[in-house]
Design a protein. Structure first.
Length: 216
């Protein structure tokens, strides 16, 4: 069944895989999947006159190849632009379908890392270092060793990030850091964010399984 055709590139699904731009791929060959949506607001004299949307779905395969499908609205004149809302919604459907069909193969990648190293790695937000999630224990920010556990932290999420905040003044802060934060009226809590654009289903599955962290 062909799901949609945009810029002469077509996703077509069958029992064990999919066809993209005429080439056939198996679900079990998918290593990671990510999705990102961006909205750009154009203003004139501080007044919003146009809004352009774009979406990017990336499929990383075990052979090292990455499939990138991007949908981008273009502006012809100020206030007059393409509308690709329907195509973007269809790409979101592709993303959800691929997540479901490749769940086991992608989970195996992280499970192997857990079996070998007793943790799995995850990228932080832009500008952040990597994080390590130790099952049943805590999440560590590798840059400075800051730890976030169920006991000492609060957790929340938005569409693209998992947010960790210490419940009280962090023991990882030095006295100097605390004084500077107090002078600048910055909270004593340490906050870190992990991006969940890549394999979000796997990340929250593992958090629930090993840390008991879940969201409705």
């Amino acid at each position: 069944m062909a799901l949609f055709d945009d810029s002469k590139k077509k996703f077509e699904f069958f029992d064990k895989g999919f066809i993209y731009n005429g080439e056939t791929y198996n679900y079990i060959d998918i290593l990671h999947i990510s999705y990102e949506g961006i909205v750009t607001d154009y203003k004139v004299n501080f007044v919003s006159v146009d809004e352009l949307k774009e979406a990017l779905c990336e499929i990383e395969l075990k052979n090292g190849k990455t499939i990138k499908h991007k949908i981008e609205e273009k502006q012809y004149l100020v206030g007059f632009s393409q509308n690709k809302t329907a195509q973007i919604k269809e790409l979101q459907s592709v993303f959800v379908h691929l997540l479901k069909e490749s769940f086991e193969s992608r989970l195996a990648y992280y499970q192997q890392e857990i079996d070998q190293n007793f943790y799995f790695s995850w990228k932080g937000a832009i500008g952040e270092d990597m994080f390590r999630v130790y099952p049943y224990l805590f999440i560590v920010r590798t840059r400075d060793g800051t730890t976030f556990s169920v006991e000492n932290s609060n957790f929340s999420r938005n569409s693209n990030e998992f947010i960790m905040t210490h419940k009280e003044a962090s023991p990882d802060l030095t006295l100097g850091s605390k004084l500077v934060r107090k002078m600048l009226r910055i909270g004593m809590e340490i906050e870190s964010r992990l991006t969940t654009k890549r394999d979000p289903d796997i990340f929250y599955y593992l958090l629930n399984k090993y840390m008991g962290i879940r969201f409705s």
